[in-house]
Design a protein around this ligand. Sequence first.
Ligand SMILES: NC(=O)c1ccc[n+]([C@@H]2O[C@H](COP(=O)([O-])OP(=O)(O)OC[C@H]3O[C@@H](n4cnc5c(N)ncnc54)[C@H](O)[C@@H]3O)[C@@H](O)[C@H]2O)c1
Ligand SMILES: [Zn+2]
Length: 366
Amino acid sequence: MEEMNHTITIYQDDAPIYDIYIREDLHDLANALYGLKIENRKLFIVTESTVASYYLEALKEALRPLGRFVHAYVFPAGEQNKNLDIVRGIYTFLIEQKADRNDVIFALGGGVTGDLAGYTAATYLRGIRFVQMPTSLLAMVDSSIGGKTGVDFDSYKNMVGAFHQPSAVYMNLSSLLTLNERQYLSGFAEVIKHGLLCDAPLYAWMKENREALLARDLPVLQEMITRSCLDKKAIVEKDPKEKGDRALLNLGHTIGHAVEKCKDFTLLHGECVAIGTVAAAYLSWKREMITKEEYLEIKDTFANYHLPVNVSGLSSQEILSASKSDKKMDGGHVKFILLEEIGHAVIRRDVEDAELLSAIDSILVE
Ligand SMILES: NC(=O)c1ccc[n+]([C@@H]2O[C@H](COP(=O)([O-])OP(=O)(O)OC[C@H]3O[C@@H](n4cnc5c(N)ncnc54)[C@H](O)[C@@H]3O)[C@@H](O)[C@H]2O)c1
Ligand SMILES: [Zn+2]
């Protein structure tokens, strides 16, 4: 395959709005930020405790020659901190530091940091610029692109949020080397999902390159992340505010989110996406959209990335109720994503409870 360009530009209404830099280290950061005119601006890094211990100093060093001054706000790592109390803490910090409309926030971390810092940037002074610097695989292939920001509210995931596009996304792939194995593997679920829903060649490539990817071979990861981002780009550019086809990205998420909730968030998001996608593939087989062999093969693909393909200790009824309280409802009907074929997902609003229950049963074990 020809040399890939690892810079991707996201457009809206035919105008470029931001670039995604997929690099092995921080060497190109100054170049990435050049167009943002940050020389006389204050730069604020928002990050969490774990990521800060590895990468905060390096980012500060890289930013110091570029901006007027660099300050950091560090919150405790973990999904339970993606809430309005932490947002409030960041507002206070920004006000004390006299952050104004032209200053810039850098979100350094996984999806929790990107969503939280992005939401703060979306709302502080009615919106200031922010740069996504994703450090987890999930954040690189999924959450850092597309402009969805938000926080959890009580037990409701992502209940409060805003669309706010980053000014740039800069990925330092070598940061993936410190991610723990379980977190690392969970990121692959969203990539396999992207392949299944719109990119059959990526899906096939994921099967062929498994060993290099599991070994964290950076050039191979760079190709995977680039391809996955190009898929997400195509979808979010067509439908930036999720009025239509962007919902295809929710393949595996109706049942996946329900499992995540019923398991009290002890399973990782990507793990639940794997389980939910297998359930969606089962339904697609039962509706004779894909073959049984394809369904079984999808299951194997997730399992080969050491992702779970079933779940224990839950009843189908509780998963059903949880999936119906998900945000993805549309006038009382679940908007369910099925596979028309491998590489082509479709939205269906006619999936009845009995069918959902059979799909849920297919992923339950004792
Ligand atoms: N905005 C969107 O479009 C979108 C899409 C998908 C998911 N999300 C959100 O993303 C979040 C999940 O993202 P996540 O899995 O990245 O969670 P996360 O940010 O909590 O990161 C996962 C774990 O990995 C650690 N970590 C991150 N980078 C590391 C590194 N380089 N080295 C060592 N440890 C590192 C973190 O401290 C954390 O413990 C959820 O809140 C989800 O709702 C948002
Ligand atoms: Zn997801």
